[in-house]
Design a protein around this ligand. Structure first.
Ligand SMILES: C[S@@+](CC[C@H](N)C(=O)[O-])C[C@H]1O[C@@H](n2cnc3c(N)ncnc32)[C@H](O)[C@@H]1O
Length: 483
């Protein structure tokens, strides 16, 4: 290998080292930034080339240099009570439920992990909320572990001294109640500090997490997985999953929900936030994901009889020009639906419903919405919730029913939950835009349409076809650009 090739090779090895060891997601801009930084760091460390730098960062003595790079390439943004709804859920739902269960088995321990805690605002919020929720918390053995890869953030956390910026989402009473004011800064009361153990920890751990990272009742791992590649995030999720107790709760950042999809983590909606509960059924994951076979239209009939709801009259069956193989019935029904042959689509689903999927169930429901049979659509919604619980599509379908019924706030909440569960889902952004337009909120309308446009080409085409009644991406893009 020539010297030039050798240099290039070493550069790649440095990139790989940071990517694989710490999970830095290095796009082209960040690679350029890292390259520029390398030149100055080589000089600063008294070295002459990249090879020596690589040796340094891989060595025991390279800890401070590794920490320098970690600080340069990670985002430590955090503040007290970040995502208020999560804290409401913790206080009013999660802690009471865990405590109730533990009391029954005379277990008085509570283990919480704030993974990627940054400078500690999240960890102290946990300590405060736990002590507020549990009047007799002193008699419990409460263990709050707070970890981060960035040791300078951890030192900040251990000191527990904060400036106004960390209090951007809380009122002044909060500062006065839990902090001591010192020279314009705020120091957390020592009592809360004692509830927490801060320690360095890299979430990217090829060999699984160490033994004492286990049996957590609650894990906060918010706003960090989104910085990793999907494979790395999935590996971390696998480790987190195993450290969580059965029935334990996992709280993730707003956009990180989709990472849970291959795990037995049940999304639950509390206080307009989504939290995940570990539910080990003992079944393997794949079989859990496979929907039970049911007949949506029969279910509607049965339920409608109870609810005195009008059932769609059976339409005379039209002959389709092409014979359709069973597994393509849904696709064929969707094709019919998307060209406006609603009755034909409905008949096809009615007759061939053996392989019921969430999409085919929702198509049945969307047809009901289209035909303004909202009672029947609601029955389908209940069915979808039963079988598929919280999925972005089910939430969106629920939001559409609310919109039809003019429950706009509920519709907005449903769209938001759908976006939380899948940020790239075009349709909830689009509907939010339309709802805000109706409400005359220009700013939110523009923001939602902008997000819709951003996600239009990222979204799955079949899902778009299902929710957008056959409108093409280009048509929708032109429409959104014209607003
Ligand atoms: C945006 S902050 C999130 C802080 C807090 N969880 C919140 O939601 O407010 C992301 C944190 O993840 C940490 N981090 C990044 N990569 C990490 C890794 N491989 N292991 C552990 N922590 C990591 C960063 O140092 C940073 O403090």
């Amino acid at each position: 290998m020539g010297p030039r090739m050798q240099m290039k090779h070493t550069g790649h090895m440095i990139f790989s080292f940071f990517q694989n060891t710490f999970g830095f997601h290095l796009d082209e801009d960040k690679k350029k930034h890292l390259k520029r930084l390398l030149t100055s760091r080589i000089k600063k460390n008294g070295l002459t080339n990249e090879k020596d730098y690589l040796d340094l960062i891989c060595s025991q003595g390279g800890k401070s240099e590794r920490q320098f790079m970690i600080a340069a390439f990670t985002v430590g943004e955090t503040y007290f009570y970040r995502n208020t709804n999560h804290w409401e859920a913790l206080k009013h739902k999660i802690i009471p439920e865990i405590m109730k269960k533990k009391r029954q088995s005379s277990d008085k321990t509570l283990r919480i992990w704030s993974a990627a805690c940054s400078s500690g605002e999240e960890s102290y919020t946990i300590a405060i909320v736990v002590s507020e929720s549990l009047s007799c918390y002193q008699t419990w053995d409460i263990d709050i572990l707070a970890t981060d890869i960035n040791e300078s953030s951890l030192n900040h956390a251990r000191k527990g001294i904060y400036t106004e910026n960390s209090f951007r989402d809380v009122c002044d009473d909060f500062k006065e109640k839990y902090f001591l004011k010192r020279k314009g800064k705020y120091k957390i009361q020592s009592h809360y500090k004692k509830m927490i153990t801060f320690e360095p920890f890299n979430l990217i751990n090829q060999n699984g997490f160490p033994k004492h990272y286990s049996n957590f009742d609650i894990i906060f791992c918010r706003n960090v997985l989104m910085y990793f590649s999907p494979e790395i995030a999935k590996n971390i999720m696998c480790n987190l999953y195993h450290t969580l107790n059965d029935d334990g709760y996992l709280l993730l950042g707003h956009t990180e929900g989709p990472i849970t999809k291959d795990f037995q983590l049940k999304p639950l909606s509390f206080y307009n936030s989504i939290v995940y509960q570990k539910k080990c059924t003992g079944e393997n994951i794949q079989s859990q994901l496979e929907p039970p076979k049911r007949n949506p239209l029969h279910q509607v009939k049965k339920n409608n009889e109870n609810h005195h709801t009008k059932i769609e009259n059976k339409q005379p069956r039209k002959q389709l020009s092409t014979p359709v193989r069973p597994k393509n019935y849904y696709a064929a029904a969707l094709d019919l639906y998307s060209v406006g042959r609603i009755d034909d689509a409905q008949q096809m689903l009615n007759k061939h419903n053996e392989n019921q999927t969430l999409s085919s169930l929702l198509l049945v429901g969307l047809i009901y919405i289209h035909k303004k049979n909202i009672n029947a659509a609601q029955v389908i919604f209940k069915e979808a919730q039963l079988i598929y619980d919280l999925t972005a599509e089910t939430q969106m379908f629920g939001a559409m029913i609310h919109e039809e019924m003019n429950n706009l706030q509920e519709a907005i909440n449903g769209c938001r939950r759908a976006i939380f569960l899948d940020p790239n889902f075009f349709f909830p952004h689009f509907r939010l835009g339309e709802i805000y337009r109706q409400l005359g909120d220009q700013e939110k309308m523009k923001k939602s349409f902008k997000n819709a446009l951003k996600n239009l080409y990222l979204d799955n085409s079949d899902r778009l076809k299902l929710f957008c009644l056959g409108f093409s991406k280009d048509f929708l893009a032109d429409y959104l650009k014209s607003i």
